[in-house]
Design a protein around this ligand. Structure first.
Ligand SMILES: [Ca+2]
Ligand SMILES: [Ca+2]
Length: 316
């Protein structure tokens, strides 16, 4: 199914009455300043090492598609410490003149059943529409440089994760680096941080000692994003405590593309880790075991990625 058809279906299925305006950084409803966590300094494209060995996946599974606990074997790999940022993606585009899926007009021949008005460059932007009540809108002209549409920019968001990237965009960036996207297995092993059998990437309690360990949603979804965890909307990469491998934001902030198909049909890919939109009352996919099917050509304001390599980096 085309991603744009899916978007239409998604928004049709998601009608809510709300008066909250569109935007990524809605701020606190009471106007109070957020207490923000300290963000890690970005110094390079550092990766963390995950040793070869046996790992238990599926712990804490909650939905049928997550499967049960199982042991897998992996060769060693190195995965990005951070979600890929706007600055990094901009360097890629500057070097290659790459044009993302969201920036291209879909070919009408590929989408004979879609309203022609939807065959324009654009992407899915979260923000309950005050007129329609839809959670998501297809915004013409929204792309990685203009995350909420024309007039928006990323000038102050160099260290934020890049968004509005479809699978092929993420794969193209990875290939440019001589890297790859993680398989689901690699992603989940990395997200568990060497902690076997735990529901979350840091243990059994979602908020150990009352601390927020990931950028997720607090408040009445999808209307009020209170930002109790320090950020309403996206956060720069690296603002929450890393896991025991040293990887940041495996859970929350942006969903992350993997290279794996969701099932044997191969019709959809898989994104992992949940996003800043995941709330315990609605999504709860902010666990290492959780899986989310996603059309390969879909892009949105809450989907990003990170890369892996499977041979030792030259500086090691
Ligand atoms: Ca948040
Ligand atoms: Ca993430």
């Amino acid at each position: 199914m085309s991603s744009r058809i899916s978007l239409v279906l998604a928004v049709v299925c998601a009608v809510l009455s709300t008066t909250h305006a569109n935007g990524q950084d809605s701020g606190r409803a009471d106007g109070a300043e957020l207490e923000r966590p300290d963000c890690a300094p970005r110094i390079d494209r550092a990766r963390v090492h995950v040793p070869a060995g046996s790992y238990t996946l599926g712990a804490g599974a909650r939905y049928a598609e997550e499967g049960g606990e199982r042991v897998v074997e992996t060769d060693e790999f190195w995965i990005d410490r951070f979600e890929v940022t706007n600055a990094e993606f901009a360097a890629f585009v500057d070097a290659t003149d790459y044009v993302t899926v969201a920036e291209r007009a879909p070919d009408p021949a590929d989408h004979p059943d879609i309203d022609p008005v939807l065959l324009t460059p654009g992407s899915a932007v979260f923000g309950a529409d005050p007129e329609t009540g839809f959670w998501w809108s297809f915004v013409e002209g929204a792309d990685w440089r203009a995350p909420v549409g024309p007039g928006s920019d990323i000038a102050a968001r160099a260290d934020y994760p890049v968004v509005h990237v479809a699978y092929e965009d993420a794969a193209a960036f990875a290939a440019w680096l001589g890297a790859d996207l993680p398989s689901e297995t690699e992603w989940e092993i990395a997200a568990r941080g060497g902690l076997e059998g735990a529901t979350y990437g840091w243990g059994e309690r979602f908020r150990p000692d009352g601390e927020w360990r990931a950028n997720v949603w607090q408040g009445a979804f999808p209307v009020i994003d209170t930002g109790e965890d320090g950020f309403a909307g996206l956060a720069p990469a690296g603002c929450y405590m890393p896991n025991d491998y040293g990887a940041y934001d495996m859970i929350g902030n942006v969903w992350e593309w993997t290279q794996s198909p969701f099932d044997e049909t191969g019709r959809t890919g898989v994104i992992r880790g949940g996003s800043y939109l995941c709330s315990s009352s609605y999504c709860a996919r902010f666990r290492p075991a959780a899986r989310q099917p996603q059309e390969w050509d879909f892009s949105a304001s809450h989907i990003g990625f990170r890369t892996v390599i499977r041979t030792a980096p030259t500086d090691e």
